[in-house]
Write a protein that binds this ligand. Structure first.
Ligand code: HGY
Ligand code: MN
Ligand code: MN
Length: 409
């Protein structure tokens, strides 16, 4: 039993037409009109596959294929359709559309399972527009309140709650009311390990933990031309020294730790005005909980020395966090056995990127399947996978999901 790789690939390419980027990828950021369009297309496909679509108060979509036992908790299979501003065509999208392909294949083969199957599109996995990442699955797992989530603002000051209403995808289901028998997520690796090892399947045993630390530095707006160097309260200089220090802390903690800065805001952001305010986020990750917290403490202690030394005000707020995750050994084994049975090369792997599965794992047995991506590149419009890789991971997902959902006929 195999999925239909051509149909999966065509479905991926159809979705990729919505919210196109400028360099072959996608810009389908959460709660934008492009996201709304992608959601509608996904719902059309789910309706055609005979599924019933429900939406919760965070806008997460749940498409149900009935099981034979209405009392049996469903097996959830999903990921996210929202993308980074310069995202690829596969990050998240592959997991949602491969889950749809699992159902389409079950329909083709007339497979019945005891447990229902629920194909899931989590809202705002990326956290690019509204921080933190995995916001909707975080509310689902009870990590964030609905009010906190609704109040999250994008760089233009728009709130999550208002934007969800505006695009017409505010659902009526209580977030987290659904109970899961198991959760599976299929995702591109977003790193170089599988391709370098020439393995087709990643059997994901763990996911590394994360801190997103938002730094607000307060300097003194002044003329970049007429202000003597000794008179400057230079928040931009403080930022650059902190970014350099963060790099050193990560390098001191090799192997198995990463840290960096992807987003910086200068205010007033004028070429000839020293910034009065600099806001940036440090993204810090490692699979080792003790190391994660030790690195955070070191970065914050060093930051104080740097900002005090320059007379720059400094506030640090943790705006995102999850501890390293251990996925469910039984489900991990079902993925490994499926890869073995199907004859796909595979290796155990720790996920470098965060996923909705990290929060699902707090409320249900959860695990992931991974396929390689070309050059390990992701969060870049040039993100690429092969059609064969896409289909192989979906085959493994299909077998692991159907086994967990208990075939009846
Ligand atoms: O940040 C992450 O790891 C994910 O791509 N949102
Ligand atoms: Mn993703
Ligand atoms: Mn991503």
């Amino acid at each position: 039993m195999r999925i239909n790789g051509d149909r999966l690939w065509d479905t991926l390419m159809d979705m990729a037409k919505i919210g196109p980027g400028i360099a072959g990828g996608n810009n389908r950021q959460t709660l934008t009109d492009a996201d709304a369009e992608g959601r509608s297309l996904f719902k059309t496909w789910c309706d055609k596959a005979g599924m019933t679509v429900g939406v919760d108060k965070m806008g997460t979509m749940f498409a149900t294929r009935a099981g034979t036992d209405p009392d049996a908790l469903p097996v959830y299979v999903g990921s996210h359709l929202d993308t980074q501003p310069t995202g690829g065509k596969y990050d998240g999208v592959l997991g949602v559309l491969a889950a749809l392909e699992v159902v389409r294949t079950m329909n083709d083969l007339g497979i019945k399972t005891k447990h229902p199957i629920v194909v899931t599109n989590w809202a705002n996995e990326e956290g690019a527009r509204f921080a933190p990442a995995m916001l909707a699955s975080g509310v689902f797992a009870g990590v964030h309140t609905l009010d906190y989530a609704y109040g999250r603002k994008d760089p233009d000051g728009k709130t999550y709650g208002d934007e969800l209403k505006r695009i017409g995808w505010l659902g009526d289901e209580e977030v987290g009311a659904r109970k899961m028998h198991a959760y599976f997520e299929y995702h591109i690796e977003q790193g170089p390990i599988l391709e370098a090892a020439d393995k087709t399947i990643g059997v994901v045993t763990h996911c590394q933990g994360l801190w997103w630390l938002e730094f607000t530095l307060t300097g003194k707006e002044a003329h970049t031309g007429s202000t003597p160097m000794a008179m400057r309260v230079n928040a931009g200089l403080a930022m650059s020294r902190i970014v350099e220090m963060v790099q050193s802390v990560a390098m001191e903690n090799q192997p198995g730790a990463v840290a960096g800065v992807g987003q910086v805001f200068f205010s007033p952001n004028s070429r000839n005005v020293l910034p009065g305010k600099v806001v940036f986020t440090v993204d810090l990750r490692t699979p080792d909980k003790e190391k994660l917290d030790r690195m955070r403490a070191k970065i914050e202690a060093e930051t104080k020395k740097i900002s005090d030394g320059l007379g720059v005000g400094c506030a640090v707020e943790a705006i995102g966090h999850f501890e390293p995750v251990t996925f469910d050994p039984k489900l991990v084994a079902s993925v490994r056995n499926a890869a073995e049975k199907l004859g796909y090369s595979h290796m155990d792997i720790i996920s470098g990127a965060g996923h909705d599965a990290c929060w699902a794992a707090k409320v249900a047995p959860a695990t992931m399947v991974m396929c390689p991506c070309v050059g390990g590149l992701s969060h870049n419009e040039a993100e690429e996978i092969s059609k064969e890789w896409a289909a192989a991971g979906a085959d493994v997902l299909f077998h692991a999901v159907v086994e967990t959902a208990e075939i009846v006929a």
